[in-house]
Design a protein around this ligand. Structure first.
Ligand code: SF4
Length: 430
């Protein structure tokens, strides 16, 4: 079976291309053309139905990451988190468990949601290597590739794979001589430890052709991981990150030429004045491969409210051209996210994606609908166009005004009501 990329290159418009085009309200030919040149990918997963397109000219998509930790293994809670993420509008999910029965949790999550599910297969391979071979650093290459194939076969639609953490990247990190925030990518840290201990090249880089063969067989989208991403503002856009990006750009080119759909991950922690440069650099170096921004978090001091810091970063990233953003929850840097954190994270990221699309795609119809409904004091219509209406309804109901047209902020001195009565240009319907 051909991948979407191969079909696009043969000038074939597939059912999935038509399906995503309809959802995006864009022509199927646009989608085909952009897939052909590697600027759009369609994420789905073997045997799964729901497809999501990510890339140039399309709505910014939101990913929610879930998964167990070594301290908290609760399969039912992970399934609940997956369902909550889908309910509140996440476009994709990443199942990132690092404890428990990996296969069972992944399969239950895949069963629980329709949206495409991604993974980092290195987690399972590395952690299962502890019982199988005695330590993460004793992980066997073939076992890693078998795990990747098993996850593809289960229906994983996209995989973050840390191929760019190679010897050159580690040399650059060593030569740089500092890392204030250390290494915060779990996949990046696992792979670095493995390479240093075994004095060997990263097998995901060395055997990139084998990796592509597996991904191509299942049309699983390769998400080239950012293992060197900064975990502190002081490390943003450093030489190690850029070295890995150069490697990832080369690998993205190779993947595209082999008919594999590919996107490339970005930062991380980054101050707002470096976001535009990162988007330009990454897009330029990868021939505009879809850009997957992780957050980003724009300050190190917002723990407890990191979803707010990430909303700032993700809004700007999307406005400058990032195509896909990973949510951040209020639990970031503090604990495993629980269901309520997942809900908050998804809503915050949806707001960020919308703010970005208002600039990137000039999509402002929802804002106009809310503005006129607000002017007309039409509360029900306003709620209809909110990204998440539940909280708005709850707050209004809790402190309901004496005059039901207004709210308790100004009450009988409601500016909108007064203006509507005296100034015809502001009247409802205008
Ligand atoms: S009462 Fe004040 S805040 Fe409330 S709708 Fe009227 S103008 Fe807006």
């Amino acid at each position: 079976m051909l991948t979407e990329k191969e079909s696009a290159c043969k000038n074939t418009t597939t059912a999935k291309m038509k399906n995503v085009a309809e959802k995006e309200e864009i022509s199927p030919e646009y989608i085909r053309k952009q897939i052909e040149v590697g600027k759009v990918v369609i994420v789905c997963g073997a045997g799964r139905k729901e497809s999501v397109a990510i890339g140039k000219g399309l709505r910014t998509k939101v990913n929610a990451s879930i998964g167990t930790s070594s301290d908290i293994v609760d399969k039912d809670m992970e399934v609940e988190k997956a369902k909550i993420a889908e309910k509140y509008g996440a476009d994709t999910l990443m199942e990132l468990s690092i404890s428990g029965d990996f296969d069972e949790i992944r399969r239950e999550v895949l069963k629980a949601v329709k949206i495409p599910v991604g993974s980092v297969p290195l987690y399972q391979a590395a952690i299962e290597s502890i019982s199988k071979f005695g330590a993460i650093v004793k992980m066997d290459d073939d076992f890693l590739f078998e795990t990747i194939e098993k996850q593809c076969d289960d229906g994983i639609g996209f995989m973050a794979i840390h191929c760019g953490v190679n010897r050159l990247t580690l040399d650059r990190l060593r030569n740089q001589g500092y890392r204030y925030g250390g290494l915060v990518s779990r996949g990046g840290a696992f792979m670095t430890a493995w390479m240093v201990q075994n004095k060997r090249e990263n097998p995901l880089y060395e055997r990139f052709d084998d990796l592509l063969k597996i991904l191509k067989k299942y049309d699983t989208v390769l998400s080239l991981g950012n293992g060197m991403r900064a975990g502190a503002i002081s490390d943003s856009t450093d030489r190690a990150q850029i070295q890995e990006l150069i490697i990832n750009a080369e690998l993205a080119q190779k993947a595209k030429s082999e008919g594999v759909q590919v996107m490339v991950e970005g930062p991380g922690h980054i101050p707002i004045d470096e976001i535009e440069a990162n988007v330009i650099l990454q897009k330029r170096m990868t021939d505009e491969a879809p850009f997957y921004m992780l957050g980003p978090i724009v300050t190190d001091v917002s723990a407890g409210y990191d979803h707010i810091a990430a909303t700032v970063g993700a809004s700007l990233s999307s406005a400058y051209g990032a195509d896909f953003i990973c949510y951040v929850t209020p639990a970031e840097h503090l604990s495993l996210p629980f269901p309520e954190d997942v809900k908050e994270g998804v809503i915050a990221a949806k707001i960020a994606a919308h703010i970005g699309d208002m600039v990137k795609l000039k999509k402002r119809d929802m804002d106009l609908n809310v503005a006129t409904a607000r002017r007309d004091l039409n509360w029900e219509k306003q709620f209809k166009f909110f990204i998440e209406p539940e909280k708005g309804r709850k707050i209004r109901k809790k402190h309901f005004p004496k005059d039901k047209d207004t709210c308790t902020m100004c009450g009988k001195y409601c500016a909108l009501k007064i203006a509507n009565a005296f100034f015809t240009e502001c009247k409802p319907g205008k």
